[in-house]
Design a protein around this ligand. Sequence first.
Ligand code: DCT
Ligand code: MG
Length: 500
Amino acid sequence: MFHTPIVPRARKRSRPVDAGVSRREEVKFEDVRLYLVERKMGHSRRSFLTQLARSKGFAVEDVLSNEVTHVVSEDSTASSLWNWLKECAPKNLPNMHVLDISWFTDSMREGRPVAVETRHLIQDTLPTLPEGPTPTAVATVSQYACQRRTTTENNNKIFTDAFEVLVEIYEFNEIEGPCLAFRRAASVLKSLPWAVQCLGDTHNLPCLGEHTKAIMEEILQYGRSFEVEKILSDERYQTLKLFTSVFGVGPKTAEKWYRRGLRSFSEILADRSIRLNRMQQSGFQHYGDISRAVSKAEALALRNIIDEAVHAITPDAVLALTGGFRRGKEFGHDVDFIVTTTEMGKEEGLLPRIIDKLTKEGILLYCDYQASTFDISKLPSRRFEAMDHFAKCFLILRLEDSQVGGGLHIAEGDIRGWRAVRVDLVSPPMDRYAFALLGWSGSRQFERDLRRFARMERHMLLDNHALYDKTKKEFLAATTEKDIFAHLGLEYIEPWQRNA
Ligand code: DCT
Ligand code: MG
């Protein structure tokens, strides 16, 4: 089956001799630890494959410990394999990839761990699942959102809504660990094409820790979580939530106002010692409108308005709707666009000209323009969560009822005939377009996991500007999002499947 002879490598790293382990090959892929299941494979074939993998720089564990990341089996009867795995029950089993030998063969051929694809997975089938209306087959769910397909249909909203409250309170309290844990847990549940009906349904899912499961158990049993209800009724939480709902007010400012004893907008506006910046002033001025969701019809109307503006400036303009609306959402908190020119360099000065045009049309209610600080020589950047360096502007635009198919999404009885909408425009040079589009399409959790996957699984750095291969020490070019997924060895995920 394998034609690669096992040739001893010239240089081997000698290790202090563990009992029974004489010499080990150098480990090239630190993040991957294999375990080969002997059942069905047989002892001699397992030894042969172990040697082969080690000769190619893979770490292969002799026992199924919590360190193992990839379990490889030739057992074609999935249920008996899963029963055996659950008996061995390493704590980390939910995070392990349980794979068919085809993943191993592909990896040996490539000389590196290939990306796990659906066809490599050994499905955990019905007979091993606990009673209840569970799905017919549960594929192993990846711990990375970029290896899951998540549409806007959320079958587990009762859980994810609760988790999102916990994410918020941990964010307010600046406690990172649990904040991340609940973000990941919510994201995993959003990807499921079925609703969790009992805790047993979650046994094979990654990223669900004890705290998470305790909340889910409460919800399953009582229809609500007491821990979450307590937060929702807490004055500090309610106040911080109210204050941060204002455009330009972050958690730090909200906390400062709360500590001063302020509890309502009227108290803030009446406090003479508070100096609101320009963004916050507009935030309060247009609060009713911009705290109201923007509809898809309104987003499309804005696309027409911007499209007309940019094409009047230059015929080779490129405009793309991005953010939540590109992912197929019906409503969003703002409308995000990428705008550039096919000719490199011509995008410089484009945003100020668009802003000028919108001003002349009388529809610009607020504008915060940030010129480009993009400098290719300063890449790759290790500040993953930081805002990118492209020219951008954060706007509030006036949208007329007559411009929207089906009318504005406004309150009943609102007779103004227009509303204010938050719009973001970002303008990368054309050779950065694919990276900017991927980065601005979101969701935020999808982006976080793309970057984490690149770093942890591929030894690469990805951000909104570029993809850098740390092994080859070179940037990888891309003209489309598909190129980026291919460089990362990931199956392509459509924008509407990125609602992680
Ligand atoms: N983004 C980014 N860097 C930031 C902020 C955002 O790369 N500092 C990306 C991630 C998502 C995308 O831009 C759009 O951001 P939002 O508008 O905040 O998110 P959204 O998914 O469009 O959600 P909403 O529908 O609420 O606007
Ligand atoms: Mg958005």
